[in-house]
Write a protein that binds this ligand. Structure first.
Ligand SMILES: [Zn+2]
Length: 144
């Protein structure tokens, strides 16, 4: 079972076998084509809250901003991890400039900050850019 968030409506979809979906998987709610690549998705505060509430897989949230150099360094790393773990780990991105209320309610003081959620609750967080191997090791240490 693989889990994918619909970028169009936010619905969390369960897909039986991603390999047999040949890119034509559709959202069960809005019927939009489902992105099953595992690429990180940009969300706002409401979309983020809905996703962590409904996702049966770990959700990694990257709090970032366009002007932040280390954020730009970590972005391709997150994209690679997202694609490698498509369907079993959901990676979301929140622009802290556009979602300041969410950033402060998450007590994010510096960016990038990566927060790991499970069953709607924060389980771990990591501030600052990390090489891919370190980020993967951190995720494994959290059981994600
Ligand atoms: Zn949809």
């Amino acid at each position: 079972m693989s889990i994918f968030r619909c970028a169009a409506c936010g619905r969390i979809n369960r897909i039986k076998a991603v390999n047999s979906s040949d890119g034509t998987a559709k959202c069960g709610q809005c019927k939009a084509a489902l992105d099953t690549s595992g690429k990180p998705q940009e969300v706002n505060a409401a979309e983020f809250k809905r996703a962590i509430r409904n996702a049966p897989v770990p959700v990694l949230l990257d709090v970032w901003a366009p002007w932040c150099g280390p954020c730009r360094m970590v972005a391709p790393v997150l994209e690679e991890i997202g694609k490698e773990r498509a369907g079993e780990l959901m990676i979301l991105k929140v622009n802290s400039d556009e979602n300041q209320q969410l950033s402060s309610s998450l007590r994010v003081s510096g960016i990038p900050t990566m927060l790991l959620f499970r069953e709607g609750k924060e389980r771990a967080r990591q501030s600052g850019a990390m090489p891919k191997a370190n980020l993967n090791a951190w995720l494994r240490a959290q059981g994600a």
